[in-house]
Design a protein around this ligand. Structure first.
Ligand code: NAD
Length: 483
């Protein structure tokens, strides 16, 4: 379906159009540092066109369509998506360097997210409210309108699925703006929406600079809601930009998840999850357990296991199915990761594995970095407080539940946490005290379309997925009738 597909057009109002602003730019393959294709970049005028198309669709065919027909279209799309997993995975891996085995695994699940939200489209009823005998009160639920979906570079297709699935099921129309360094897969997504038969303007895709296209989407008076995934600092800018229009926002932001391993845990399972999570997506995922909190009696064993397993990670070209870990997604992220290695050393943490850019074995020119492990990390060090977003594990010893909880809660973030213990009482006690939107016990990063996902503190506002994931795209109207 994507053979010969050109990424040099925007998808607006059901048409493939040349950008009015921005132009066409090369997209860089992070495995080589060289361009792999040309992609259309829109400017403010393109966003205006896209919002106008989304508004016309919202007020026209999309609103008029019964919810079961909307659901059927979304199911068509989901079925088509399932047939294109390999092609989409190749495009995403080309753009962000994620190992193809990871891209396939993740993208292979997305059609089920779309199916699940499709199944809810005709079940969004309200409720009746008891009043007195002469008054009848009830609620109805309505789509908020045009949604601006702004996505990050680490998981562009997943972020799109988590936003477009519920937005379309709720009856909203969408303008999707992907991140600068990974725009291609979102244009491929537009091609699938077109092929699935969506009315023009229901889904529009405009890659572009965040400070230009993204900012225009946020300030546009006809955009009812921004669904954003990215950095906290960008979310704060979005709040200021959207202040005049009081645009509703939900935010999926960064994390510094603690992975807490008690001495009574199944250590082998805990290690498999903790090491796997430290280096998945080359460390570029918000919920990875980048802080590993280890009870002191098993501390040396865990540090040694991390050191040894870091050496076994197969770093390589991301399109090679044998590769575990590809490059960092762009040059700035590579610099950021390496700078944190320096910060960790300066702070006095012990570097037990990795720490270097990889510049050998055919990987020259790509943004490859070694799986990295710091031991003897203190909770107040910057490498334990700040989101690095690279394959850098910070191992911190603790004594007892109280200290584990204190360290776990000591960052500004609160997205996710992992906890390993064979003591059920302890698991409940500690899970209840951890400040995070998600706590996994004796498992890690297991999520599905039905499980709400999102953070507390500076990790976000609102939830994606689950029934809660629909709420941000709906308004409740209360009607009270005196008879
Ligand atoms: P980013 O904030 O730099 O960019 C995200 C998006 O915002 C991009 O599309 C960008 O173009 C756009 N943008 C930038 N400036 C803007 C502005 N002024 N107005 C409107 N839009 C603007 O984030 P990133 O570097 O692409 O992504 C990495 C971050 O995303 C990390 O912090 C990571 O933890 C977070 N993340 C969170 C989740 C989650 O579900 N909580 C999932 C994935 C990534």
């Amino acid at each position: 379906m994507f053979d010969g597909f050109a990424f040099d057009r925007l998808f607006i109002g059901g048409e493939w159009v040349k950008p009015l602003g921005g132009g066409v730019r090369p997209s860089i393959d992070p495995a080589t540092g060289a361009p792999w294709g040309d992609v259309a970049f829109g400017g403010a005028r393109d966003i205006d066109r896209a919002v106008a198309a989304a508004k016309a669709a919202f007020e026209g065919p999309w609103r008029a369509m019964p919810p079961w027909e909307r659901a059927a279209l979304l199911r068509n799309f989901a079925d088509l998506y399932a047939t294109q997993v390999d092609a989409l995975a190749q495009i995403e891996t080309r753009d962000n360097g994620r190992a193809i085995r990871e891209s396939r695994g993740d993208i292979g699940l997305h059609s089920q997210y779309y199916h699940w939200f499709a199944s809810l489209a005709d079940k969004l009823g309200g409720r009746t409210i008891p009043m007195d005998d002469s008054v009848h009160a009830f609620t109805t639920r309505h789509p908020v309108g045009v949604v601006g979906a702004i996505t990050p570079w680490n998981v562009p297709m997943m972020a799109a699925a988590w936003k477009l699935g519920p937005a379309l099921a709720a009856g909203c129309t969408v303008v999707l703006k992907p991140a600068e360094s990974t725009p291609a897969s979102s244009l491929a997504l537009a091609k699938l929406f077109e092929a699935a038969g969506f009315p023009p303007g229901v889904v529009n895709v405009v890659p572009g600079d965040g400070t230009v296209a993204g900012a225009r989407l946020v300030e546009h008076p006809d955009v009812a809601k921004i669904s954003f995934t990215g950095e906290g600092s960008t979310a704060k800018t979005i709040l200021k930009t959207g202040a005049d229009t009081l645009t509703r926002c939900t935010f999926e932001l960064g994390g510094k998840a603690p992975h807490i391993i008690f001495a009574d845990a199944d250590i082998e399972n805990a290690l498999n999850a903790a090491t796997g999570s430290a280096w998945a997506l080359c460390g570029q995922s918000c919920a990875l357990g980048s802080r590993v909190l280890v009870e002191r009696s098993i501390y040396d064993r865990v540090v040694e296991a991390f050191r040894e397993r870091a050496g076994r990670v197969r770093v390589g070209m991301p399109l090679d199915p044998a590769t575990h870990m590809g490059p960092q997604a762009h040059a700035q992220q590579l610099d950021k990761t390496l700078s944190y290695v320096g910060i960790g050393r300066d702070e006095g943490a012990q570097l037990v594995a990795g720490g270097n850019r990889i510049d050998r074995d055919g990987l020259t020119g790509g943004y490859f970095v070694e799986p990295t492990v710091f031991a003897d990390v203190r909770a107040d060090m910057r490498i334990a407080q700040e989101e690095i977003f690279g394959p850098v594990a910070a191992i911190i010893p603790f004594d007892g539940e109280d200290e584990a909880v204190r360290i776990a809660n000591s960052t500004p973030y609160g997205l996710a946490a992992g906890l390993w213990s064979s003591d059920t009482g302890r698991a409940h006690r500690v899970a209840a005290r951890i400040e995070a939107g998600m706590v996994w016990v004796n498992t890690y990063r297991y999520i599905r379309w039905s499980t709400p996902y999102g953070g507390v503190k500076q990790s976000g506002w609102g939830r994606e997925n689950g029934l809660e994931g629909l709420d941000p795209f709906l308004e409740t109207k209360t009607t009270i009738i005196s008879t």
